[in-house]
Design a protein around this ligand. Structure first.
Ligand code: KG4
Ligand code: ZN
Length: 350
């Protein structure tokens, strides 16, 4: 089954064709970063207008790159949430029109679930059955959490961030450090050769309100990055010279390290509390070399198999959308004409 997938939940316009949920025939990603850079973050109005301009050409390119004709597309899938409402609407509307024109089913895909499935993309990636159950650290610009994956379609959210996502923490930190946007890659570059122990930034969750915010979730497996961001702000106020001399790389490395140590501490607790034989990491932040290195070390210590999404499938892409939609056993819903976007869509519970 060849699925054409469309992803427009944030600032990437992407279309891909994936066969049987595993074989990526094409994956075209147009990143809008340059359009949002002057504003230091994603501007929803610009994002949706940009999706409108790009979507038709990107979809055409994806089908062409796959070497298929339109008749060989068996279903059309699109992200319907979570994400920016006005951006989601562009991709979902395009998918509806295409499905109608081709006379093929329309499939609605949860963006977070697709990120989890990105672990299984690529010829060297394991199949879900061969490694489940596993715990996945999901680290993107919009989401940060720990999910136990029993099988495709069966998830348990163990913990999540109570304020900023990890990528957001890096983006905001980079902004304070005047490193530009997007912050994750900028901090990684600036931190190269820096001393991660130069500044001891906080790694924890402050006591108090956090317990209540965690709700049903295990508080020890929840994240908080707002205190870290504030401590960088205070550090820079007290050490303004950092922005003009060589210590910048040490401060960038220390900040990045604090974000990753906070992630790793919760992941360690999660594997101690929930028996699994493998761990995974997905989402834009999973592209980071230092994080990947720390995950290798940690999984080795626990004797766990480590699965990392391939870098091109970490940041937003339509291959993960088309793949999940066509995955055997996937519980992706076949959409009806009245499927609407759900900006706050949560990860499905079995
Ligand atoms: O998954 P993604 O493309 O979009 C969301 O669904 O949010 O993740 C984007 C996030 C941004 O915060 C960006 O700064 C971060 O991923 N990111 C990185 C790296 N590349 C992207 N963070 C750290 N190191 C990187 N190399
Ligand atoms: Zn994403």
């Amino acid at each position: 089954m060849n699925v054409l997938g469309i992803e427009t939940s944030c600032d990437e316009t992407s279309a891909a064709v994936v066969r049987d949920g595993r074989t990526v025939l094409s994956n075209v990603v147009f990143t809008q970063v340059a359009r949002h850079r002057p504003y230091g973050g994603v501007v929803p109005e610009i994002a949706s207008r940009c999706h409108v301009e790009e979507i038709a050409g990107i979809v055409r390119q994806a089908v062409q790159d796959a070497g298929l004709t339109w008749e060989q597309i068996d279903a059309v899938a699109a992200t319907y949430g979570p994400g920016l409402a006005s951006s989601l609407l562009v991709g979902l509307s395009a998918a509806k029109a295409l499905a109608l024109r081709l006379g093929k089913p329309l499939l609605g895909v949860n963006h977070v679930e697709a990120h989890l499935y990105s672990l299984f993309l690529g010829s060297d990636a394991p199949s879900p059955d061969s490694i489940a159950p596993l715990i996945v650290l999901m680290v993107s610009g919009g989401h940060t959490g720990l999910v136990r994956v029993a099988k495709v379609g069966s998830y348990k959210l163990l913990g999540q961030t109570l304020d900023d996502a990890a990528g957001e923490a890096l983006d905001k930190g980079a902004n304070l450090l005047k490193l530009g946007y997007p912050g994750g890659p900028a901090i990684e570059k600036a931190a190269a050769g820096g001393d991660p122990a130069h500044v001891k930034f906080p790694r924890g969750l402050r006591h108090g309100a956090a317990g209540e915010l965690a709700g049903e979730l295990d508080r020890d497996l929840c994240f908080s990055f707002s205190g870290l961001k504030t401590s960088l702000l205070y550090y820079l106020r007290d050490h303004p010279e950092v922005l003009v001399n060589g210590a910048l790389k040490d401060v960038a490395a220390s900040y990045q390290e604090a974000v990753f140590d906070a992630l790793l501490a919760r992941l360690r607790r999660a594997v101690e509390r929930h028996r699994v034989s493998a761990v995974g990491c997905v989402g834009g932040v999973a592209r980071n070399g230092r994080l990947r290195e720390k995950l290798e070390r940690m999984s080795g210590e626990y004797g766990l198999r480590l699965v990392l999404a391939r870098p091109e499938f970490c940041t937003d892409n339509a291959a993960m959308i088309a793949a999940l939609a066509g995955a055997p056993g996937s519980v992706v819903r076949t959409a009806t004409d009245d499927l609407d976007v759900q900006p706050d869509l949560v990860l499905g519970v079995p």
